[in-house]
Design a protein around this ligand. Structure first.
Ligand code: AMP
Ligand code: MG
Length: 486
């Protein structure tokens, strides 16, 4: 275990041409204190979490100190936001502090969100507030433990520096760990500014860093694209299966490694609604839950376009991208059949899934409670409690089809039940739980974050002492609107 000072840094991104970034340091926050830390995330970089080390972490995450081995910078990128191209984006309120290399030769970007203005801040103040940092902190760690590809969160720090949103809030930071901070929007930036030599440098860097097996392949750029779309399809299939809505799937929020990235007004499904829009500012529903697979496909199209100068002809890129819908569907069907405890996928299973989602929609079933209860379903035995609370006729109709299907399954009911409990979580980060935790934290009580985090770190376990975190939301907590202002 080492302190931040003793970690080994590689800082490869800072060795790229200066056109990729602006060197910049963080603006200090006043009277900082550490709000929460994720021990599993600290373990990833073998970071010591003893008291002195945490004091140093607090100084660094509040911009009051730095490490000599950091190569701190703000990255430039652009991207499609709500369907329109925005040529002027970049790290407007975050900095890549450096890239840690662990003893196991794993690389982790250390990225500080909320660190003050940069040349890419436009009209923003470069800051982040406590509620948005806590939401990203809890959700990235929750997603990780649900088995969904994601960036990680090491810690949240708050301060007395005032930040003005709808009301006065506290300037806070989130220290993110991620394998990369390269977004689709990085490629778009060099494509639309017609800097094709830098576009090539970016693609070569990306391949060298993350896909070294492709370095000597004559089709390396096509294969890079293939890798990106495969990872993106898998990530979005995971979102759909878990009932997760990202909320702002702009191309600048799409990681090149298919990790859930840039947590804003995200939300998990409570009562299942196919058209769930978690982002209060998404008036047209562009990023509604049901739209996510199509939007990710569209976003991959934007990346394909940006890669064109490296490939010269559209046809091979088109051939790859045409596979996307099929790729996505097969991942999704596999994940959903796993949730249903089915050992093999059969041709009619997509129909079984579709009819189930229709049932959940019609009956306003809680998505997570339903699947968790289904783990305990066995034909010819009393229904699990949650299923008994639902309208019986449509439910029993669907269950009888399911029971027929189970006859061809390769496991018996106890084994199926056990397998299902390992993929159908008891605990998710419900919006209202995040909200309650945030309200406490804003009063200076950080304990509830720790309590919630501890169940989210093993969401498939029973945690009988924390039953309250598994309950359906109260009415006030069902339709919380999360704004983009963060
Ligand atoms: P996001 O919606 O968080 O993905 O941000 C979109 C773009 O706006 C990114 O380039 C951010 O860096 C920038 N941005 C968001 N909030 C702020 C802020 N408070 N100050 C400066 N830039 C910001
Ligand atoms: Mg963003």
């Amino acid at each position: 275990m080492t302190t931040l000072n003793q970690l080994k840094f590689r800082n490869s991104f800072s060795q790229l041409p200066e056109a990729f970034y602006t060197r910049q340091s963080a603006n200090p926050l006043t009277n900082p204190r550490l709000v929460c830390i994720s021990q599993p995330a600290a373990d990833l970089i073998e970071l010591d979490t003893s008291c002195t080390s945490l004091n140093q972490l607090c100084e660094i995450t509040s911009g009051n100190d730095t490490c000599p081995s950091f190569a701190t910078l703000a990255m430039v990128y652009s991207g499609h936001q709500f369907g329109s191209y925005n040529p002027q984006l970049g790290d407007g309120r975050g900095l890549l502090l450096g890239e840690v290399q662990t003893a196991q030769q794993e690389n982790w970007d250390l990225y500080l969100k909320g660190s003050g203005t940069t040349p890419y801040s436009r009209f923003g103040d470069g800051r982040a507030v406590l509620r948005s940092c806590i939401r990203e902190f809890l959700c990235s760690e929750a997603m990780q433990h649900l088995g969904i590809p994601t960036t990680r969160a090491l810690c949240v720090t708050t301060s007395d520096t005032p930040v003005y949103r709808e009301t006065e809030e506290r300037g806070s930071t989130l220290l993110r760990l991620a394998r990369t901070h390269i977004r689709f929007g990085h490629f778009e930036y060099f494509y639309y500014t017609r800097q094709h030599d830098l576009l090539k440098a970016l693609a070569d860097y990306t391949i060298g860093q993350y896909f070294p097996q492709l370095v000597n392949d004559s089709d390396k750029y096509l294969l890079l694209f293939q890798e990106v779309i495969s990872k993106t399809a898998l990530m979005v299939a995971h979102w759909q299966a878990a009932g997760f809505a990202h909320g702002v799937m702009n191309t600048d929020n799409m990681s090149i490694l298919g990790e859930t990235f840039d947590y804003g007004p995200f939300g998990f499904q409570d009562d299942f609604d196919w058209n769930y829009i978690c982002n209060h500012s998404d008036y047209s529903g562009r990023y509604a839950f049901s739209q996510q697979p199509d939007i990710s496909y569209w976003n991959c199209g934007r990346l394909a376009q940006a890669l064109l100068p490296l490939i010269d002809e559209t046809e091979p890129l088109q051939t790859i991208i045409d596979q996307y819908p099929q790729l996505y569907s097969s991942h999704y069907t596999r994940l959903m059949t796993r949730k249903l405890g089915l050992t093999l996928v059969e041709d009619e299973d997509p129909e079984l899934i579709k009819s189930l989602l229709q049932l959940l929609q019609n009956e306003h079933c809680d998505y997570t409670l339903f699947f968790r209860a289904l783990c305990y379903f066995a034909p010819d035995t009393p229904l699990p409690d949650y299923l008994q609370t639902l309208q019986q006729e449509p439910l029993l109709r669907w269950l009888s089809t399911y029971a027929e299907r189970l006859k061809r399954n390769l496991t018996d009911n106890p084994a199926r039940s056990q397998a299902m409990r390992q993929v159908n979580p008891k605990f998710i980060l419900r919006n209202y739980l995040a909200q309650q935790t945030i309200e406490q934290a804003e009063q200076g009580n950080y304990k509830p974050i720790e309590e919630l985090l501890s169940v989210l770190e093993s969401p498939y376990d029973e945690h009988p002492e924390s039953e309250h975190f598994a309950a359906a939301p109260p009415d006030w907590g069902k339709k919380l609107e999360i704004s983009c202002s963060s």
